[in-house]
Design a protein around this ligand. Structure first.
Ligand code: ADP
Length: 504
């Protein structure tokens, strides 16, 4: 603590010197003033902790100085010095706020005692003030900390449930109600078993507290809630090590689990989808190598055709996979150019006719009377059209019919593909554009596929400002319509004409 600064104000030099001597070497910094005016001046300029003040002085007397001090620097402790005959004056000085008084003549010891008492009082006041400030600061820090924790707690995506050492819930965050699908109201104040209706979860909380260890468990959908949950339960201990409760955080891991499942399904699906056609291609190649000498040319050419179809299917699937992954990570490039719609369809029809013939499916192609162009990436659009038309053939049984028509209405070209196939139920219809979604049932059991074709079609169509419409009747057939804004045809420039005129 800083040294006490003491000012002696007295017009009698003997008193000033006497007091100074009495207080010297006691750790005080002492200054002297010979009258009231000088004293006030020094207090104003230098600041003091204790003032020893003579009441009887010419000019401003002790009462005047005391009044000034109490008005301007009330923290200073004033000890008045009075003659014996003036005790009543000392008393009124005390009433005006003086700390104590010393009667003349005084002994050095007495002066020391009175000043030391004033110094103790000042020190005590300072300490009280410091403690009060510290206390206020601590309360503010705790309040800030609490408010911070409350915000974190409230914003947490994980469900958090806090219990006391008997398992009664003392706190939970809003996510707890949502994730744990708690129906109890209120949750706080009741045993955790009333809100979390799963014995394993309740047992986990008691185990964490009994063994004083963190317990981690996973809960399947249908146990605590409809979600897949991972819980970490930790005991809370007091400073003395006594268990005073538990904190359990529940994390919704349904998405992770779903991704894991999709990943496994995907690997299994890709392995199967690649393996079975490759195996049959390999067999056909072997049969060609061994048997071509003996088989008729017709049989060999059928096998060649089958190999080509199978290989094309495989390549299409790999293309779908690669394109989807590119679209997902944003690295896909669309090279837009004006393309003649019927040209894309003519190429596709050349390819799929063979597939149709194998299943004796009739393809009816009804192009619009007028030609139309659209501004698209040729390869991506071709894949999208191909996916829709191959699906129509794939999901239409032997001997069925597929109608492909184009129309131009209101600045849009529409491609509709109507099949007489197995159809899609109202329940499955909203999911067919989801990645990896495949209708599961008797009718689709033996039809192979990846569940990626339509999701790619949707991505491509939307990337070209188009839209898709689908109608289906279970057991009757399905109609997909893809619509795109049309564009102006490319004008033939002299260079085009010249290029087209080149032979070959
Ligand atoms: P897949 O590779 O399984 O054909 P798609 O993404 O192309 O994958 O199609 C998703 C699902 O939508 C298919 O598994 C099938 O159940 C259904 N589907 C698509 N097109 C048709 C259609 N023309 N007729 C009946 N069902 C269809």
């Amino acid at each position: 603590m800083a040294e006490m600064r003491v000012l002696i104000i007295d017009d009698e030099e003997v008193i000033r010197e006497g007091v100074q001597r009495a207080l010297s070497n006691r750790g005080y910094v002492i200054a002297k003033a010979e009258n009231g005016e000088a004293g006030i001046e020094m207090i104003r300029d230098q600041g003091f902790d204790i003032v020893l003040l003579d009441l009887m002085m010419p000019g401003i007397d002790g009462f005047g100085v005391l009044e000034w001090v109490k008005e301007h620097q009330p923290q200073i402790e004033v000890i008045v010095i009075t003659g014996f005959a003036t005790v009543s004056k000392a008393v009124s000085a005390m009433k005006q706020g003086a700390f104590d008084f010393v009667g003349k003549p005084f002994t050095p010891d007495y002066i020391r005692i009175v000043v030391s008492r004033a110094a103790d009082k000042i020190k005590l006041e300072r300490e009280t003030h410091r403690l009060r400030e510290e206390h206020t600061l601590n309360i503010a820090t705790i309040q800030n900390e609490q408010s911070r924790l409350k915000t974190v707690f409230g914003c947490m995506a994980e469900a958090v449930v806090i219990t006391d050492n008997t398992g009664v819930v003392v706190h939970h965050n809003p996510a707890a109600i949502k994730i744990l699908e708690i129906q109890t109201d209120p949750v706080i104040g009741k045993d955790i078993a009333q809100s979390i209706l799963d014995t394993n979860a309740v047992e986990m909380v008691h185990q964490a507290m009994a063994k004083q260890v963190v317990v981690t468990r996973e809960f399947q959908p249908g146990t605590i809630s409809r979600k897949y949950l991972r819980a970490h339960c930790a005991p809370v201990t007091s400073e003395s090590g006594r268990v005073i409760g538990s904190v359990t955080a529940f994390e919704d891991i349904s998405t992770h689990k779903e991704i894991d499942r999709m990943k496994s399904d995907f690997v299994a699906m890709v392995a199967h989808e690649l393996k079975s056609p490759l195996a049959s291609v390999e067999q056909m190649i072997y049969a060609l190598q061994v048997g071509c000498k003996y088989e008729s040319g017709q049989a060999c050419s059928t096998m060649h055709k089958r190999i080509t179809v199978r290989t094309r299917d495989l390549l299409r699937m790999i293309d779908n996979l690669l394109n989807l992954s590119k679209m997902e990570n944003g690295t896909v490039e669309f090279n837009l150019e004006p393309v003649r719609g019927h040209e894309v369809l003519d190429h596709i029809l050349d390819v799929v006719r063979e597939q149709a013939e194998n299943k004796e499916i009739t393809i009816a192609y009804m192009p619009s009377d007028e030609d139309w162009w659209f501004n698209v990436d040729y390869d991506h659009i071709r894949t999208a059209f191909m996916n829709i038309i191959s699906n129509a053939l794939k999901y239409t049984p032997q001997g069925g019919r597929v109608e492909i028509a184009t129309t131009v209405i209101g600045g849009f070209a529409n491609l509709s593909v109507q099949d007489s196939g197995i159809g899609i139920s109202d329940e499955d219809l909203p999911h067919i554009f989801d990645r990896f979604f495949r209708v599961k049932g008797k009718a689709t059991r033996h039809i192979t596929g990846s569940g990626l074709g339509l999701s790619l079609v949707k991505e491509v169509v939307e990337a070209h400002q188009g839209y898709i419409d689908v109608h289906s009747e279970l057991g009757e057939g399905t109609c997909f319509t893809l619509s795109f804004p049309i564009t102006e045809p490319v004008k033939a420039t002299p260079e085009h004409v010249a290029a087209e005129a080149q032979p070959g």
